[in-house]
Design a protein around this ligand. Structure first.
Ligand code: AHR
Length: 629
């Protein structure tokens, strides 16, 4: 293989490899949002979803759900707990249980209001599956007006599926709402924050961007249940809960308890993006509900509120604190702008209806904020008629960035490594916004995050990298999945209530991201790009920051590959470098909560005469780094 280190073909954008976040598979509520109480504000389902009302030892009483829709339409329900004898109350089951860690402090909070002359005390207990108390605290609500009460306590055991008792002691009546329990230790230790282990996994990807909040949930099954960013910021008890678009998705994996509390809302997304060094990329509804569901459309003459949401979001993210929305950002604790440069208009929308609406968004956003780059959807069928229509039309309108999605067989990824070789270099940039190789087929619950899929993605990504002048962004999807509450496979990171693991696909994404370099240089075999000859796929970049050459090489063959990389156009190579390898002889190999089968292994390598000689194992993805003289 010959690498011409002095022949730069393209610059790699800092945004090249990023993250696609969607609240699917319990990614947010029950996932990265560390709230442990399910249905804290009594808005899910029949209002008591997740709660069991009962007595402790000897006790009598009632729990009534009260509706105050007129007064508080965004959080209409609370409960009245009447204790008539002994100790009476209710238990929360958590999201598939509550993951509790021994020695960790937990922060309980509640909005409460005593009825006149009542003095109901609250006893809070964390219990394991046998009912043994593993942490407790007491509160004495003392006001007949709504007031928030907080108490912290330590857990004495690690339990994957704990539950939370909230007992009323002493006869009387008390109103309760927003019953909440968080671990004290969250990402950056923000109160009411995010699960640290899961955000750490995102941080470790060193992502160029964070796309949020989806995915189809941007659109909603219907327009009432679309994602509205303005309802996702500010006090958490004012964020209106809605049913998640992925509730009851796929009959064989029914989840009837999937709601969005928006505890993870737009402010949290922006701050997380900032924390992990990623450019924020919000995707907004463009007046169209999910076309796989109701496909509701907002009439063109009623599109204004949707457009205004987009314009206001830019002011919220970037505006000075003298502006209405910029001031709100500051009031929420972030006076510094978020430096928003990218925004998506719609997700997987198609047809003339999309183009009509897209044009309105494009014109208004560009005339007010010419620096904004807009991401435009080209539909979910990369080889079909919807795609062709949108691709041609949006190119005709000189769209900035086209968002392509593909969930295909591993073979498709190998066969499509040249997909971008002939794209118009002067046309729109490409965002490979959602992709994953599927071991069985799209929609199958049996898809596995196996090594064959991950390796085929690695091979395909050489084509993204070689074409970095056209492909500016790429993200695997979906990102997260709870092992007991998912709708979609495969997914990049799996977790239960206490643990998480990166799939082989995760490590592929990570290797590309941490080795993205700055400039693409050619790597050839017999003067041809390396796109599958004898099962080999390769790309090469220079890293201008470290003055290194980085070669990515995928050997998809079942035999080892003796490779010799001759580097031309350089004063020479340093005598030593490294190779990091992901490999398994077993194409079905997967990682799990109990350990990784496929994970990066780093070794030193030697160079001589501007040449690197390596024995590349069967079914392997290698990243070679060597400093240039
Ligand atoms: O990633 C899962 C779903 O796939 C996304 O919500 C949607 O955009 C695509 O169809």
């Amino acid at each position: 293989y010959v690498i011409k280190a002095d022949s730069i073909k393209a610059h790699v954008q800092p945004t090249m490899y990023g993250i696609f976040f969607e609240d699917i598979n319990m990614a947010a509520d029950g996932g990265v949002y560390a709230e442990l109480v399910k249905n804290r504000s009594f808005e899910f389902g029949d209002n008591l979803m997740g709660w069991t009302v009962h007595q402790q030892n000897v006790g009598k009483g009632t729990v009534k759900v009260i509706d105050r829709t007129t007064e508080r339409p965004e959080n209409p329900h609370f409960i009245t707990l009447d204790v008539t004898e002994g100790t009476y109350g209710l238990t929360n089951e958590g999201f598939r249980g509550m993951g509790i860690k021994q020695g960790e402090n937990y922060s309980f909070s509640v909005l409460a209001r005593q009825h006149a002359s009542s003095k109901v005390k609250l006893l809070v207990e964390l219990v394991d599956t046998k009912g043994t108390v593993i942490g407790h605290a007491e509160l004495n609500p003392d006001d007949t007006n709504w007031k928030r009460y907080n108490v912290k306590f330590k857990a004495t055991a690690t339990v994957e599926k704990a539950s939370l008792n909230v007992w009323g002691k002493h006869t009387g009546s008390i109103d309760l709402d927003m019953i909440s329990l968080f671990p004290e230790h969250t990402w950056r230790n923000r109160p009411g924050g995010l699960r640290a282990d899961l955000v750490q996994k995102l941080y470790d990807l060193k992502p160029g961007f964070l796309r949020f909040p989806g995915g189809c949930i941007v659109e909603g099954r219907d327009l009432t249940n679309r994602y509205q960013w303005k309802k996702s910021i500010g006090d958490i008890d004012k964020r209106e809960n809605i049913i998640n678009r992925w509730n009851t998705e796929f009959k064989h994996r029914l989840t009837t308890d999937y709601y969005q509390t928006f505890g993870l809302g737009f402010m949290e997304y922006f701050m997380t993006a900032e924390d992990i060094g990623a450019d924020p990329l919000p995707i907004l509804n463009c007046g169209m509900a999910c076309q796989f569901n109701t496909g509701q459309l907002v009439p063109m003459d009623q599109l204004d509120p949707y457009l205004q949401d987009a314009l206001d979001l830019i002011e919220f993210a970037n505006g000075s604190t003298d502006t209405k929305w910029g001031k709100l950002r500051a009031d929420l604790g972030h006076p510094k702008p978020f430096n928003l440069k990218l925004m998506g208009v719609g997700n997987e929308q198609w047809g003339e209806q999309y183009i009509e609406r897209w044009k309105v968004f494009e014109k208004a956003i560009k005339s007010k904020y010419p620096y904004m780059k807009l991401v435009s959807s080209v539909g979910p069928d990369p080889d079909g008629s919807k795609f062709d229509f949108l691709n041609a039309t949006l190119r005709g309108f000189h769209a900035d960035i086209l968002d392509e999605h593909y969930y295909r067989a591993p073979k498709w990824f190998l066969d499509n490594v040249k997909r971008y070789d002939n794209y118009d270099r002067k046309g729109p940039k490409i965002f490979a916004g959602e992709y994953a190789a599927q071991s069985v087929n799209g929609g199958s619950p049996d898809n596995k995050n196996n090594w064959q899929c991950a390796m085929s993605e690695a091979a395909f990504m050489t084509g993204l990298e070689r074409n970095a002048d056209v492909v500016n962004m790429a993200s695997y999807a979906p990102l997260f999945a709870h092992v007991e509450g998912w709708q979609w496979t495969p997914d990049l990171i799996w977790f239960d209530n206490l643990r998480s693991y990166g799939t082989p696909n995760y490590y592929v994404q990570q290797q590309y991201s941490v080795n993205k370099g700055t400039d693409v240089v050619p790597i050839t075999l017999n003067n041809e790009t390396v796109t599958g000859q004898d099962g080999a796929f390769a790309s090469a970049v220079l890293d201008g920051r470290t003055h290194e050459l980085v070669i990515k090489f995928i050997n998809t063959a079942k035999t080892a590959h003796q490779a010799s990389f001759v580097v031309k156009g350089t004063k020479g190579l340093k005598p030593a470098g490294t190779v990091t390898t992901l490999q398994s002889d077993n194409l079905d190999a997967i990682n799990s909560l109990t350990g990784d089968t496929v994970s990066p292994k780093k070794q030193s390598i030697a160079t001589a005469n501007n040449t690197i000689k390596l024995n590349l194992k069967p079914y392997s993805f290698s990243v070679i780094r060597v400093k240039l003289n």
